[in-house]
Design a protein around this ligand. Structure first.
Ligand SMILES: NC(=O)c1ccc[n+]([C@@H]2O[C@H](COP(=O)([O-])OP(=O)(O)OC[C@H]3O[C@@H](n4cnc5c(N)ncnc54)[C@H](OP(=O)(O)O)[C@@H]3O)[C@@H](O)[C@H]2O)c1
Length: 262
């Protein structure tokens, strides 16, 4: 069994560890570090080895996941770089940091992965986009398995990593804002907030499942709901007159323009 170290084990790191444990990874093969050691106590109680020293945490790890904020990354990379073995795979979760900039302090051949999961990792429903440098197929499989423990994982070209951040990670916020608006509409129609949320969240999940399981284009499923002259098409067209699709696309492009690239 491979040993996995989570350096900078905060929200995402803890979610990944929970997923790994649930998928059968032995806790003694998981190492986690952050400065506030006390915050790792719940993981320690599950048998995970916890450290406040990053260099101790990476000892003997096959895969090292860096869950640090982007501005902390250069300092910690400089700290661990001299102690890295040539076969240790480094995986960065930091948004906006390219494989090239991550590799600046590292040996040319160091296996490197950039990963972009989303906060749904907490409920094992993330979509993680992965890009790599210097990794063998076997190493890619090993990294892929980690992210499959918290949802689904796909490999993409690195040049699409910022786009993946917008669509996959920021996307959670866009969908939640959509859900909130639906709930507000439901309340105006007479439902209490709890009931409206229940209806909207399950409807959102069901609509996504129709596409995931049926594999059709969204418009095909929309056609099934829109009776000619019916209330659905009237509402949908009104939304479009108010700029619904356009607002979403413009927002996605605005986020993309605002993302910091290094
Ligand atoms: N939110 C998203 O949807 C999303 C999606 C994909 C990727 N990301 C990226 O994933 C990364 C982690 O996000 P997160 O939400 O898990 O952040 P987080 O909860 O703040 O976790 C980062 C952790 O790093 C630790 N840390 C800070 N300095 C350290 C040091 N010198 N040595 C060791 N640990 C240190 C902090 O704990 P201490 O203060 O105790 O050290 C903190 O727990 C970020 O780069 C973020 O951009 C986020």
């Amino acid at each position: 069994m491979q040993t996995i170290a989570l350096v900078g084990c905060g929200n995402l790191g803890s979610a990944i560890i929970k997923g790994l444990l649930a998928s059968g990874q032995a806790p003694q093969h998981i190492r986690a570090s952050r400065r506030s050691l006390w915050a790792l106590q719940p993981l320690s109680e599950l048998g995970v080895q916890t450290f406040s020293d990053n260099l101790e945490a990476i000892q003997g790890a096959d895969i090292i996941i860096l869950g640090l904020k982007p501005y902390v990354m250069p300092k910690v990379l400089a700290e661990i770089a001299p102690k890295l073995g040539p076969q240790q795979i480094l995986v960065s979760l930091a948004s906006g940091l390219s494989l090239e900039s991550l590799g600046q302090e590292l040996p040319e051949e160091q296996p490197l992965v950039r990963a972009m999961p989303n906060t749904a990792a907490d409920v094992s429903e993330s979509l993680s986009c992965l890009a790599q440098k210097n990794c063998s197929l076997q190493q890619q499989k090993a990294v892929g398995r980690i992210f499959e423990a918290v949802g689904e994982a796909i490999w993409i070209e690195e040049e699409l990593m910022e786009a993946a951040t917008i669509l996959g990670a920021c996307g959670v916020a866009y969908v939640l804002r959509f859900i909130r608006a639906m709930v507000q509409g439901g309340i105006q129609l007479g439902f209490d907030a709890q009931t409206a949320k229940k209806i909207v969240t399950q409807t959102t999940k069901g609509a996504a499942e129709l596409l995931l399981q049926g594999g059709k284009h969204p418009e095909e499923e929309i056609d099934k709901v829109t009776t000619p002259r019916g209330c659905t098409i009237v509402g949908l067209n009104e939304m479009e007159h108010s700029g619904f699709s356009s607002a979403l696309i413009k927002g996605i492009l605005a986020s993309f323009e605002a993302i910091e690239k290094k």
